[in-house]
Design a binder for this molecule. Structure first.
Ligand SMILES: [Zn+2]
Length: 443
C-alpha cells in the first residue's frame, strides 16, 4: 500500500527544526519510503493534499497510567498523600478487569486526536490494555504494576509471576506494536528482595524495567535513613540500571550530582512530566542540568488523574515555559530541544527507536496539522507554532506504522461513542462505591 502526502510543510526533526517548505512524503506499507520531491507519474493508492498542513513525527508519551482516564477530575486540589490515599487508591480498590480496557480505549482516542501514537503504560490488568492497543493500531510499552507486598494487597490479587507471564505473553505482539517491560511500582513501595527478583528477571528474560523513582524529598530522606543511599543510588546498587534494555524511570524529581552522573552514565531514560509536578505541587526536576549532563530526558503526561489529560502538545509547552521561568533565562529550552524530547527520545524510551523522525526508512508515524487557524498566522516559525500556538483541534490526519488512524475528526479504528458510554458508566461505579480494602501510601 502506497500513500503520498503532497506538498506539506515538513518538520523532519532529523538533527534540526528546519522546515521543508513544500515536501512530499511517500508511505510504503509501514515505513516512510521518501521525503522530498516525488515524481508525479508514480501511482499511489491514496494521495493526501498536504498544502497548508504541517507534517511532523507523531509524539510518544514516555510515562502514563492511561486507564486512569476513569479517575480524571475525581481528585482535585489535594496534597499528594491525600490525593493518593483518600481518592485514587479508594477508586482503584473498585477497579474491575474490563474497566482497564475501556479506560485505555478512551485514552487512546484522546492521544490519537492530539498527535500521540505511542505510550509507556504502567498499570493493572494489562491484558486489557494490550487488547485496546492491538485493536486501535497504536504502539505501547506495557508494564503490569506490582507492589510486592503480599498478594491480598495487589490490585486483582495478582502475583509477581502473573505480572511476568503477562510481559512474556504480549512482548512483540500486534505486529511488533506492543512491547512489554517489568513494572515494580517504586523503591519506596516495593521491598528490596522483590526489587532484586525484578532485576534477576530482567537479566533472564531480556525485558527492561519501567518504574517510579525519586519523586519527592520525603522519599529521598526515607531512602537515606533506611539504606544510606538516595533512591537512584539504591536502585543502581541492586543492578537495576545494568540490564540489556535501558531502564525507563518516571520522574526523578529530586536528584543530586551523583544521581545525575549515574543516570547519564547508565543510559537511563527519565520520563519528565511537568504538568503533573505543577498540579500536585511536587518538586520540579533540574531538567536543563539533566539534559546538559547527557541524560535521555523524555516527555510524559503521567496519569490523567493528575495531569488531567493526555495532550502532549500542552506538556511540551509547559516544559518549555517552566524551565524558562525557573531559570530566568528565555534562551533555555529552545523549541528544538523540546520537540526532540517528545519525539525521538520519547519514542526510544518507549522502545521504538525507528520512530520520532520523518526520514527515509523510519516508521511511518506521522501527524498532519492544519496551520490555517488564526493562532498560526503569520507562519514565521512553524516549529515554534507547534510548541507554543497549536491546538489538538488543528490535527487532521494521524498514521501509525503507515496505517491511517484518524482523518478530519473521524477515528478509523475505534468507536468513540461506545467507549465514552462504557468509560463514564464504569468511572461512576468505581468512585461511587468505596470498599474497605485499601493500600496506604507510605513515603
Ligand atoms: Zn506515574
Amino acid at each position: 500500500l502506497k500513500t503520498l502526502i503532497r506538498g506539506a510543510y515538513v518538520l523532519q526533526l532529523d538533527n534540526c527544526s528546519q522546515i521543508l517548505p513544500r515536501g512530499d512524503i511517500v508511505i510504503s506499507n509501514n515505513l516512510i519510503e521518501k521525503v522530498g520531491q516525488v515524481d508525479s507519474s508514480i501511482e499511489f493508492d491514496e494521495i493526501i493534499d498536504g498544502s497548508e498542513m504541517l507534517a511532523f513525527p507523531a509524539l510518544f508519551n514516555a510515562h502514563t497510567h492511561v486507564a486512569m482516564t476513569l479517575e480524571r477530575g475525581w481528585a482535585e486540589d489535594l496534597p499528594f498523600d491525600r490525593w493518593l490515599n483518600e481518592k485514587i487508591w479508594l477508586a482503584e480498590s473498585n477497579l474491575q478487569e474490563e474497566d482497564v480496557y475501556w479506560g485505555t480505549a478512551l485514552a487512546i482516542a484522546e492521544m490519537i486526536s492530539s498527535g500521540t501514537v505511542g505510550f509507556a503504560d504502567h498499570y493493572f490488568f494489562m491484558d486489557q490494555a494490550a487488547r485496546a492497543v492491538d485493536e486501535t493500531g497504536v504502539k505501547a510499552l506495557l508494564a503490569w504494576c506490582h507492589f510486592g507486598i503480599g498478594r491480598e494487597h495487589e490490585v486483582g490479587r495478582k502475583t509477581f509471576e502473573d505480572t511476568i507471564s503477562f510481559a512474556q505473553r504480549w512482548n512483540g505482539a500486534a505486529e511488533g506494536r506492543i512491547k512489554t517491560a517489568l513494572g515494580p511500582h517504586s523503591p519506596y513501595m516495593v521491598p528490596r528482595e522483590v526489587l532484586c527478583r525484578f532485576v534477576e528477571e530482567g537479566h533472564r528474560s531480556g525485558l527492561g524495567i519501567h518504574m517510579h523513582l525519586s519523586e519527592s524529598m520525603e522519599q529521598v530522606e526515607a531512602s537515606l535513613t533506611q539504606t544510606g543511599l538516595t533512591p537512584v543510588q539504591y536502585f543502581d546498587s541492586l543492578g537495576g540500571f545494568d540490564l540489556n534494555v535501558p531502564a525507563l524511570m518516571a520522574h526523578c524529581n529530586v536528584v543530586d550530582d551523583e544521581d545525575i552522573r549515574i543516570l547519564a552514565g547508565k543510559k537511563v531514560y527519565v520520563a519528565h512530566a511537568p504538568k503533573t509536578y505543577q498540579k500536585l505541587a511536587m518538586e520540579m526536576p533540574p531538567l536543563i542540568k539533566m539534559l546538559d549532563a547527557g541524560i535521555n530526558m523524555s516527555l510524559a503526561s503521567d496519569g490523567p488523574a493528575s495531569n488531567s489529560d493526555l495532550n502532549l502538545l500542552e506538556v511540551l509547552r509547559i516544559a518549555g515555559l517552566n524551565q524558562k521561568f525557573v531559570s530566568r533565562d528565555p534562551e533555555k529550552m529552545p523549541v528544538h530541544s523540546l520537540l526532540q524530547m517528545a519525539t525521538k527520545t520519547s519514542a526510544s524510551a518507549v522502545g521504538f527507536e525507528n520512530s520520532g523522525v520523518l526520514k527515509e526508512g523510519s516508521a511511518a508515524d506521522i501527524v498532519l496539522s492544519n496551520t490555517t487557524s488564526a493562532h498560526w498566522i503569520p507562519r514565521h516559525n512553524l516549529a515554534a507554532g507547534l510548541v507554543y500556538s497549536s491546538h489538538p483541534a488543528d490535527i487532521e490526519y494521524v498514521w501509525c506504522d503507515g496505517r491511517l488512524l484518524y482523518r478530519k475528526g473521524e477515528f478509523l479504528t475505534l468507536d468513540l461513542d461506545h467507549i465514552r458510554y462504557e468509560a463514564e458508566k464504569r468511572a461512576f461505579r468505581m468512585t461511587g462505591k468505596p470498599m474497605l480494602s485499601m493500600r496506604k501510601y507510605k513515603s
